[in-house]
Ligand binder design. Structure first.
Ligand code: ZN
Length: 67
């Protein structure tokens, strides 16, 4: 008979590689993709990262932080 206290081997959940969009919060554009390793059925959300153009603007002080 089945022993309820027995530990059953769980199927090994592989780590899935997914490409998710990388969006710039400054100009609201998707400028690239990021490759992430996600376990099983974890939810994914877009990555927010400053794009090169906006990064240069910020570096030059053109875009000011208005809070
Ligand atoms: Zn941008």
């Amino acid at each position: 008979m089945y022993n309820s206290t027995e530990t059953l081997p769980l199927p090994v959940m592989g780590v899935e590689r997914k490409t998710i969009p990388v969006a710039c919060p400054w100009c609201d554009k998707i400028f690239g993709v990021a490759k992430l390793e996600i376990e099983g059925s974890r939810k994914i959300a877009p990555v927010h990262k400053i794009c090169k153009t906006c990064f240069e603007f910020v570096n030059q002080g053109i875009i000011k932080d208005n809070g």
